[in-house]
Design a binder for this molecule. Structure first.
Ligand code: PLP
Ligand code: SF4
Length: 343
């Protein structure tokens, strides 16, 4: 007899995006193979062991790999995810917690750094592992919203009527199931002083399939103004599938913004940043921040110096309408806001 629910049936009931995440590439050689490269063709020293030795695994969905150029060791998408031996070097000034997150923990999983808004670390999971990530060493095990921490966070939010905005962050909050996201916002609806909900996510860029019907229905049902802050660093990341996902997000009434990180070898040219702003706006997204790299250990090879950054920003101001010029900022531990870098 055929069981009513064979394992195969159960597997096929997973949302498509979860299947894509389960099949994400985790092996550096498989990644190189997928883009038609061999280690010998890389321009920098390479070892398959870097991901392991650095404690930050390789992870990249095939949908993102598909947007990389074949046979190009300098591809700007490849460079964001390929572990390089330079990550194992230590550099003065580069530390495990460059932005002072540990000191800003209001309760477990809740960061209250800036007035009026708090950031919730909803999950440690990300659809992609970006090698320059400033949270690559964050002590997620101690700072997660497990059920006890979640109750504490809600108490914290209830007690402080100056908090008008909650930022769902992580990791990537859209790594959570729609059911889990719904449970979070149902609880947040008991807090009368909330006006805005912000979602910081790389998911619409990395895996636009994540923007499914039930996610859109959830967003549409919320009582607050919604801001979705995507994270894209290069125009090549934004293809027709991303534009379609963003159009659906926009149709829920959400405000769409983007933050990018200035990264050596990836987007540190005026042409590249102009193209990014144009591609974002074609997808209905306004450029919000262009971050100088947070000086996290293992990412020194991505750093663009501040003088170069100012020059690039000046060129953006000359070449783009004001609303397509992102604010160039640096995060400094202990400061009350992100610090604008004036060109
Ligand atoms: C960046 C950040 C915010 C949001 O800052 P905005 O300037 O409002 O975008 C909030 N909390 C933390 C901990 C942050 O790092
Ligand atoms: S998606 Fe964001 S949080 Fe996750 S690894 Fe990339 S930069 Fe870090």
């Amino acid at each position: 007899m055929i069981p009513l629910k064979s394992p195969l049936c159960q597997a096929s009931t997973l949302p498509a995006w979860q299947n894509s995440l389960a099949q994400a590439l985790r092996d550096p050689l498989a990644l190189l193979d997928a883009v038609g490269l061999t280690p010998a063709q890389l321009t920098e020293p390479f070892s398959t062991l870097v991901a392991e030795q650095s404690g930050f695994a390789l992870r990249v969905p095939r949908e993102y790999v598909a947007r990389m150029r074949q046979g190009d060791p300098t591809d700007p998408l490849l460079l964001q995810v390929l572990p390089r031996t330079a990550e194992l070097e230590t550099h003065p000034g580069f530390s495990a917690d460059p932005v002072g997150d540990a000191a800003a923990v209001g309760s477990d999983g809740l960061l209250h750094k800036y007035q009026g808004r708090v950031l919730l670390i909803t999950t440690q999971a990300c659809p992609i592992h970006c090698r320059y990530c400033f949270r690559r060493h964050f002590a997620y095990q101690d700072n997660r919203l497990d059920p006890a921490a979640w109750q504490q966070a809600l108490d914290y939010l209830h007690a402080d009527a100056s908090i008008h905005e909650v930022i769902l962050s992580g990791g990537d909050p859209l790594s959570l199931s729609n059911e889990r996201l719904m449970a979070i916002t149902t609880a947040l609806q008991t807090i009368p002083h909330l006006r805005r909900l912000r979602i910081h996510t790389r998911m619409p860029i990395v895996l636009p399939q994540r923007i499914d019907a039930s996610l859109l229905a959830w967003l549409s049902s919320l009582p607050w103004q919604i801001i979705v802050v995507t994270h894209s660093n290069h125009a090549n990341e934004i293809d027709a599938t991303v534009r379609s996902a963003m159009a659906q997000l926009k149709a829920t009434g959400a405000t769409l913004l983007n933050q990018a990180v200035l990264l050596k070898g990836v987007n540190d040219a005026a042409e590249s940043l102009v193209d990014l702003s144009e591609a974002l706006f074609a997808a209905d997204i306004l450029p919000y921040y262009l971050h100088l790299l947070d000086r996290v250990a293992g990412a020194a090879h991505f750093e663009v110096d501040e003088t170069t950054a100012r020059q690039l920003h000046r060129q953006l101001q000359q070449r783009l309408p004001g609303y397509l010029v992102p604010r160039l900022v640096r995060e400094i531990a202990g400061e009350a806001h992100k610090i604008p870098i004036i060109a």
